[in-house]
Ligand binder design. Structure first.
Ligand SMILES: [Fe+2]
Length: 434
């Protein structure tokens, strides 16, 4: 099946490229940061984190490790969840003024993505839309290397520590958009599951569904052979479609989510579950950083842009706010009902990895089988019941479609063609699931 999915195609790409940082995984590895920074030649380090983590034991460990290695450091912590152009530019000024020769980011996706983007604007100043893709950005490639970067994730979902992608909210265009460049791929990732021990259950649920959706989206993405050939090796995008590398990581991340997502949410003391979810997040990151996500992530930006009437506990941010993983998973069952037609076997295989019984399933059942299993997991972890659960109504479907439809590359990474009207129908079908 896998080989057939990647069968050569007229005018299609015949190669794929994999890029990942050096990865260290394990309880306690955060304490290695000082020695790792020193061995990379860093002497004056920018620590990028958020205000809550800045007062945490994790940052105390990072500073202690850098001090023990004799390294100078200064901290920027003015980062919001859902980073915006203004917060990135503030961080860029901090970097430009600080004479740093290395960066350590400690936090979730918002922190790591801000760090990646800020390093670009600190070294290659430009108007903010310059390095974002069209239609909201100018599509200018990041010109060259940025500071050496050691990324230390503190949540088990984003996978940003192993990707060359940064998702930022552009206030002028009222949408999130992506900077994608091999130059913002971190040099190292220190993945310490002990950082997740104190995460609230709701945060583990949201980030867990983020990783789960990264994995299914990669497994069901358009095959890389169905994207066009590139004009030069450097022009090959990271959002290059499903490939044998992303398959391996996506399958394993889904198996782990099946076995450990409910446990990790239900019991903060279940260290095995939290360790496994952290590993799955990194695996899913290694998949989507070399494949790209598709419709659930593209559509989540519409959800984030237009949310207006929702209060979310457990996050230190003002309302309205929908955590990223929730904004992604709320459309996923509806999306996969639609996309299954384009790659039914792959949807069934993904569902099987996620614990669904697929023995008697026919290709025509694929969308329903995978969406049913996702809905089971949503109910078991008390996720809102579709978009109505976060304040939307069917009347919002067209606006959600218009807002989301700007994510061209991600929409093109789906396994079947998706029109703007299809998008509105998918949103209508995502309002309520049970
Ligand atoms: Fe995500």
């Amino acid at each position: 099946m896998g080989c057939q999915y990647f069968a050569p195609c007229d005018h299609g790409s015949d190669s794929f490229t994999i890029a990942i940082p050096k990865v260290t995984f394990g309880r306690g590895c955060l304490s290695e940061v000082g020695e790792r920074a020193r061995s990379r030649g860093m002497a004056r380090i920018a620590i990028i984190t958020d205000v809550f983590l800045n007062a945490s034991e994790h940052l105390a460990r990072v500073r202690g490790s850098l001090d023990a290695s004799g390294l100078d450091h200064a901290t920027f912590d003015d980062i919001r969840i859902e980073p915006s152009d203004t917060s990135v530019m503030d961080a860029a000024r901090f970097l430009a003024d600080g004479d740093f020769d290395g960066l350590v980011s400690v936090g979730g996706g918002s922190v790591m993505d801000t760090a990646k983007a800020a390093m670009v604007y600190a070294r290659y100043p430009a108007s903010f839309s310059t390095y974002f893709g069209p239609p909201v950005g100018d599509g200018v490639p990041v010109p060259g290397p940025v500071l050496p970067h050691i990324a230390c994730p503190t949540t088990s979902g984003t996978g940003s520590e192993v990707t060359g992608l940064a998702v930022i909210r552009l206030m002028e265009h009222d949408t999130k958009f992506v900077i994608a460049s091999r130059f913002i791929l971190p040099d190292e990732a220190l993945v310490d599951p002990a950082c997740t021990d104190t995460l609230p259950a709701r945060v583990v649920a949201s980030t867990g569904f983020d990783l789960l959706s990264h994995a299914i989206e990669c497994y069901t993405a358009k095959a890389y052979t169905h994207w066009g050939k590139v004009s030069s090796p450097d022009a090959r995008p990271m959002i290059q479609g499903a490939n044998p590398w992303s398959d391996i990581h996506a399958r394993e991340a889904l198996r782990i989510a099946d076995a450990f997502l409910e446990r990790g949410v239900a019991d903060a003391g279940d260290r095995e579950a939290r360790d496994k979810l952290m590993w799955a997040a990194t695996l899913a990151g290694m998949a989507f950083g070399n494949c790209g996500t598709h419709l659930p992530h593209a559509f989540s930006y519409g959800v984030t842009n237009l949310m207006h009437d929702v209060v979310t506990d457990d996050y230190p941010v003002p309302s309205p706010f929908v955590p990223h993983g929730i904004s992604v998973i709320l459309t996923s069952p509806s999306v996969f009902r639609f996309t299954a037609e384009g790659a039914p076997e792959r949807h069934l295989e993904a569902a099987g990895c996620l614990g669904a019984d697929t023995r008697d399933a026919a290709n025509a059942d694929a969308g329903e089988v995978v969406s049913k299993r996702i809905i089971e997991l949503m109910r078991a972890t008390e996720i809102p019941n579709g978009l109505e659960g976060v304040g939307f109504t069917g009347g919002d479907a067209d606006a959600l479609a218009d807002s989301s439809f700007r994510q061209r590359r991600a929409i093109g990474n789906a396994p079947r063609e998706t029109t703007r009207d299809d998008t509105a129908d998918i949103f209508r079908d995502a309002m309520r699931y049970w």
